[in-house]
Design a protein around this ligand. Structure first.
Ligand code: ZN
Length: 345
C-alpha cells in the first residue's frame, strides 16, 4: 500500500493494524464449542482444550451418511454427537482418527455405539501397540493412566480403529469428496489428513495446530517439516487444525516455519553439552517470540521442545527431567487439567 494513502496519523495507524490483521494468518474468531458451517454440508467445531482437553472436530454430510473427523475424548464425542444429530438424521457411519492420542481417538467406542466405524492410517494402530500396552495384554498404558483422572475415559473403553488405510482412502458420492491422506511422520508416526479438494478445506489433526499446542514427543520434527511441505502442496485455503481456531492456508506455513526456526535455533547448539543448551532456552524463546508469525506457537513447553529437537540432532536429554516434565505438563493440560496435576505428583 502506498504511503500517504491514509492522510492523518490515526488513519495510518488504522491502516497498519488492518494490514497486520490481514497478514496475520489463522485468527478466524469462531468460538469454542460452536458449530460452524464452513461449506455446504461441511462443519467445523473448535474443541474446549482449556476446560476439557478436547480436540477440534469436523464432519461432512454425504448423501447417505456422515463422516466425522476425529473421535475426540469420550466427553468430546458426547459434546458433538447431539450437534450433528440436530443438523442431519443421516447415520454417522465413519469416525476418522487423525492420530492415536487420547483427545483424538479415545472417543471411538462412543462412535461405534452410535453405529460408526473408526478409521485411521495403519500407523495409528502401530502407535497404539506401542503406547496402549494395557489393551494389548501388557502393563497398563496411556489409557489406564488417563482413566485415573478422567471419568469419561474410565467409563468407556479403548477401541482401536478397525478400518485402516496405508496411504489414502477416498469418500466420494459425486457431490462431496473427502480424501484421507498419510504424508509421512509428523506429530506421530500415524498422522492422517482429511482433504476436501472441491472446497479446498484441509483437516490436519495435530500435524498442524494454531497456537501453543505442539507436542513433539511421539513425532520427529525433521520429518514433520517434510510432511507439512506435502500438505502445503494441496493448496488448501481453509485449514481446520487439531487445536486452536481455524484459519487460511497460511496456518500451515506458520506451523512449518515454527519447526524450521526451532530446528535452526537448536542446531546452533547441537554440539554443546545438554546443560549449555538448556541455558539457552530463554534466549531461543525470546528470539522466536519476536517473530510475528511464530510468537503464537511459543508457549511454556518450549524447553521440552528444544530438548526433543536437540536429542533428534544427537544430543543427550537434559540432566534433570525438568524440560520433559514441563512439556508433559503442557500436553497433559491439553488433555485436561486434572491429569496434569496427577502426573505432576
Ligand atoms: Zn496429539
Amino acid at each position: 500500500m502506498k504511503s500517504g494513502f491514509f492522510p492523518d496519523p490515526f488513519a495510518r495507524l488504522a491502516s497498519r493494524i488492518l494490514i497486520s490483521v490481514t497478514a496475520a494468518t489463522g485468527f478466524c474468531s469462531a468460538e469454542v464449542n460452536q458449530v460452524e458451517k464452513i461449506a455446504e454440508d461441511v462443519y467445523f467445531h473448535e474443541g474446549d482444550i482449556k476446560g476439557h482437553g478436547h480436540c477440534n472436530n469436523g464432519w461432512v454430510v454425504f448423501e447417505d451418511y456422515v463422516l466425522v473427523i476425529d473421535a475426540n475424548f469420550p466427553s468430546g464425542a458426547r459434546e458433538i454427537l447431539p450437534k450433528i444429530k440436530a443438523i442431519t438424521d443421516k447415520p454417522i457411519r465413519f469416525a476418522f482418527d487423525t492420530h492415536h492420542h487420547g483427545d483424538h481417538a479415545y472417543g471411538n467406542q462412543l462412535w461405534v455405539d452410535n453405529g460408526a466405524v473408526p478409521i485411521a492410517h495403519t500407523g495409528v494402530v502401530e502407535e497404539m501397540k506401542k503406547y496402549e500396552s494395557g489393551y494389548f495384554g501388557g502393563k497398563p498404558g496411556r489409557w489406564e493412566e488417563a482413566a485415573k483422572s478422567r471419568p469419561d475415559v474410565a467409563s468407556s473403553k479403548l477401541k482401536p480403529p478397525t478400518l485402516l488405510f496405508p496411504s489414502e482412502l477416498i469418500f466420494d458420492d459425486g457431490k462431496h469428496r473427502v480424501e484421507l491422506h498419510h504424508f509421512g511422520v509428523a506429530h506421530t508416526h500415524g498422522d492422517g489428513f482429511a482433504w476436501l479438494p472441491r472446497e479446498k478445506i484441509l483437516f490436519t489433526g495435530d500435524a498442524c495446530v494454531n497456537g501453543p499446542y505442539n507436542y513433539l514427543a511421539d513425532g520427529d520434527t525433521g520429518e514433520w517439516v517434510k510432511t507439512l511441505e506435502a500438505a502445503r502442496k494441496l493448496g488448501a485455503t481453509i485449514i481446520c487444525p487439531g487445536h486452536g481456531p481455524r484459519g487460511n492456508g497460511g496456518v500451515l506455513d506458520d506451523q512449518q516455519a515454527f519447526f524450521m526456526e526451532l530446528r535452526k535455533q537448536v542446531k546452533k547448539y547441537a554440539h554443546k553439552k545438554p546443560e549449555e543448551v538448556k541455558a539457552r532456552v530463554d534466549a531461543i524463546k525470546a528470539d522466536m517470540q519476536k517473530n510475528e508469525r511464530l510468537a503464537r506457537y511459543v508457549g511454556n513447553s518450549l524447553s521440552g521442545q528444544v530438548e526433543k529437537v536437540y536429542v533428534e540432532m544427537g544430543g543427550k536429554p537434559f540432566g534433570n527431567k525438568q524440560a520433559a516434565a514441563e512439556e508433559h505438563w503442557q500436553h497433559a493440560e491439553a488433555h485436561g487439567r486434572e491429569l496434569a496435576q496427577k502426573n505432576a505428583r
